[in-house]
Design a protein around this ligand. Sequence first.
Ligand code: SF4
Ligand code: SF4
Length: 275
Amino acid sequence: MTGTIFDIQRFSVHDGPGIRTTVFMKGCPLRCRWCHNPEGLSKALQPQFFEDKCIGCGLCGKRKQLSNSQKCPAEALKICGRVVDEDEVIDEILRDKIFYSDNGGVTFSGGECLLQADFVVSVLSKVKGLGLHTAVDTCGYVPWEELEKTLPYCDLYLYDVKCFTSNLHKEYTGVDNLLIIDNLKRLADTQKDIWIRIPVIPGFNDYASEMTQIAELVSSISSVKQVTLMPYHTLGASKYKTLGLEYPFDTDKRISEEEFASLKRIFCDRNISVV
Ligand code: SF4
Ligand code: SF4
């Protein structure tokens, strides 16, 4: 079986417990305005051009295209994404097995990794059989059946909750959140461990009424082990240009440390573990 990925990150410490290898799958059903992984939006392989590396050799012509046998001498032009088979991915995951210790392992992320659920399940089932800890990072906007397939092979779900108000969710991500909340509740019923991840986005969800509703939802789910509030950043903005896309989120508003701390307190006040 093959899957389409855009990166495999080794020694990751932010995508679950311990030291992990994170596999980034290509393709996402959402279009979050602040997305910092534009390489993960399209499922297709895409040309990517890094203007600052180009030495102007002219090999790729005006249209910045290379034939299969050509290679950009400056690595300024490349294909974003690659099709991999499961053995290739498993080999890469197992390279760092000695570093995973008891709680580290592998996380599938993206994009939305469950758009390629069969591939993810196939790899997860094999690495779980080898004793690794497994995690899936999902936006939750997939048919329940796709999430359900992963249950026997996944130890932990990193589940994004972006906002509670559905029409606001639609305005900023392109889809409403009814399926996402429904899947979260179904997942909660399975008693699988869940870490909730909330990007804190200026002007979108950085105020008390929105966070309070999210906190109320989260506090009703006993299998949520922790919540992470992730500060907005623009580190991915420059990647849009390399893919011929425009960065869709333009704001000068920043969230102060005090504001961020007060949003965290909304969760702490409900005895939710926040990191
Ligand atoms: S082949 Fe690479 S270095 Fe040469 S012009 Fe094209 S992008 Fe620039
Ligand atoms: S769900 Fe994640 S990968 Fe998909 S658009 Fe939103 S931020 Fe980007």
